[in-house]
Design a protein around this ligand. Sequence first.
Ligand code: 13P
Ligand code: SF4
Length: 305
Amino acid sequence: MTTYEMQQEILRLKKEKNICILVHAYQTHDIWEVADHIGDSFGLTQQAAKSDAETVIMCGVRFMAETVKMLSPEKRVLLSSADAGCPMAEQMDRDMILAFRQQHPDHKVVAYINTTAELKTVCDICVTSSSAVKIVKALPDKKLLFIPDCNLGSWVKQQVPEKEITLMQGGCPTHARITAKEAEAAKAAHPEALLLVHPECRPEVTALADYAGSTTGIMSYAEKSDAKEFIIGTETSIVQHLQFACPDKRFYPLSKDCVCHNMRLTTLADVYDCVCGRGGAEIEMDADLIAQARRSIDQMLAYGG
Ligand code: 13P
Ligand code: SF4
């Protein structure tokens, strides 16, 4: 079977079986081409809440598939690659947060959506990179704990100075790897280029950027901009997608090490196996866990929609 034939089979089978394929923007182009929706974490969550498919296949990482299951417990939800986790989602546990809450009862807990369902049960509201500033601004509470990404938290804190935001040490190992020295070197190598970064990058990197935003924020900024060259400070797949979408512009990776090995696990063959009913990991979650964890996601959709 060729790649094209495999894609055609996926498209045929997903229609026949009422399957929706949600694809995070970091996935490869061959997977983009069979998607019902491509997006960042917030966009995919909104699509998951709307979908009336019987089965949803999430091509991304585990917390994204868990989010879909929480929003649609009656659906069969498959994570395309069973081993695709997000290391950041596992960095903090419930007890840490419960201890903080006991010591600081006047704080609300804001969790990046890149967290496990267990952790979400002790948080008040979730945010994503594209909704964090809007939601934190809109919350009536002044004192907040922001977990787990201290880089995203610092970026939010800078833009919402009226709030008292406490951070804990955590973050994305893929983005946190990028240094200010690399950013300065990339700017020196491409003096005409704009630097676009994801706010999961360290504050000293974000400080050098012309724009900071979510995955789809970066893509739409580059597509709409009159500039012709861009240094992309997020997962290197976005460089490929932008170069495909805008052949007249030039895109350079800020760091060739900005590769999320978990996001790269899924192949088109994995998606094919899922639609054939023999692959992926089915997400199973206890009803109590869903009820408790989902509150923070519902809050996010209410404030950020
Ligand atoms: P966004 O999808 O919100 O841009 O976040 C990127 C990411 O790291 C997803 O895990
Ligand atoms: Fe997790 Fe970072 Fe990979 Fe996103 S890029 S899935 S935050 S490790």
